[in-house]
Design a protein around this ligand. Structure first.
Ligand code: WQD
Length: 342
């Protein structure tokens, strides 16, 4: 049994990855980052190092480059792996499906194959609530809510990833795997030293809100106001990235306690829904600013309302979210202000 505290974190310089690396270190682990910085900036690594007060091992490698990735497994002995490295923009995936399938599926296969080859049995896969599509019966989804055909190539790569993992476990290999189905990650580290760094125009709501407030983009279009929800706008489960990061630490700790091969899918959310208008109103109240927004057309592929049933994440991983969407909006705004000052 490999008792090293070394954890391979692919995509560890990214938004969720960087916050997870900090929490891993603060919980006694030794994360090694593999990232090719196509969707991350080197400033994230210096932000991590400033928070933790020491340097961190980084290997600038594309997870689709199996030869290069194998060298990392030869260099370090890992007790676990958290695989974040993947493309994750819903709209972009519709325009360039093949780059999503290649990057997200080939990357996963490489990391799984090398995990098996080097007997690294503890594996956390970064999945998504998009696997549920538009929930049919209830907007509160449990892990047993039926998986539906994905409404984007991005969502499909997550569904396929989970199916690949099921088949790997069924093949009898000695792997213990957690698929964490994230809801909507938002927020930033309280220090404002790390946070979300959207490349180009952001797709996600909160960076759009903070970039509009700071003046980077002129206005916000609220995509639809005639849905059957509390105020006609879409509802999501916005989870603070610090809580999401800690779910990965609890996941690695749970995997280390498992004796036999196993795979578990777990929702990682707050269990509460927040509408687009509520996000905007909360931001205005916190910042004291009036946002320039207007109603527009519905966005193709949008789910109307979805939020997590959080029972399993608590019972299995002894994890629950502690921070609210409001906390995340405050931290996101502080991060946007820091970016401007830098
Ligand atoms: C939320 C709501 C928009 C921008 C996606 C992925 C998910 C995860 C998070 C990776 C929707 C509305 C947004 C804007 C708006 N990705 N909106 N105006 O689509 O729920 O989830 O990102 O982990 O897997 O599917 O997030 O923030 O894009 O949208 O009205 O300018 O905000 O229409 O209703 P989404 P989002």
């Amino acid at each position: 049994m490999n008792n090293s505290k070394n954890i391979l974190v692919t995509g560890g310089a990214g938004y969720i990855g960087s916050h997870t690396v900090v929490d891993l270190i603060q919980n006694g682990f030794n994360p090694i980052i593999v990232d090719d910085f196509r969707n991350a900036q080197k400033s994230s690594v210096s932000g991590i190092e400033e928070i933790i007060g020491r340097s961190i091992e980084v290997r600038e490698i594309d997870v689709c480059d199996r030869v290069a990735l194998k060298k990392v497994f030869e260099e370090f002995s890992f007790s676990g792996i958290i695989h974040f490295a993947a493309y994750k923009a819903v709209g972009e995936s519709v325009d360039s499906p093949l780059s999503y399938y290649r990057n997200n599926i080939v990357g996963l296969i490489n990391v799984l194959e090398l995990s098996i080859e080097f007997n690294v049995s503890n594996f956390v896969f970064s999945s998504s609530c998009t696997v549920y599509g538009e929930p049919t019966d209830s907007k509160v989804v449990t892990e047993n809510t039926p998986i539906q055909p994905a409404n984007s190539p991005y969502g499909n790569t997550k569904r396929i990833g989970e199916e690949i993992i099921e088949d790997v476990i069924s093949s009898g290999v000695n792997m213990k795997i957690l698929c964490l189905r994230y809801f909507n990650p938002v927020g930033a580290h309280a220090s404002s030293l790390i946070g979300e760094l959207p490349i180009g125009k952001p797709n996600n709501l909160l960076p759009v809100v903070t970039q509009c407030a700071i003046g980077k983009i002129p206005s916000i279009t609220v995509n639809g106001n005639d849905y059957d929800t509390i105020d006609g706008t879409c509802v999501r489960d916005y989870i603070h990235v610090l809580d999401l990061a800690n779910a990965h630490v609890k996941g690695v700790e749970w995997l280390a306690q498992q004796e036999n091969p196993i795979v578990e899918n777990v929702n990682i959310g707050t269990g509460k829904g927040t509408s687009v208008l509520e996000v905007i109103e909360t931001f205005e109240e916190i910042s004291g600013l009036k946002l320039n927004w207007k109603f527009g057309e519905r966005r193709a592929g949008d789910v109307v309302e979805i939020f997590a049933d959080v029972t399993k994440s608590f019972n299995l991983l002894n994890w629950k979210s502690n921070l609210s969407a409001r906390d995340a909006i405050i931290d996101s705004w502080n991060w946007e202000l820091k970016l401007k000052n830098d």
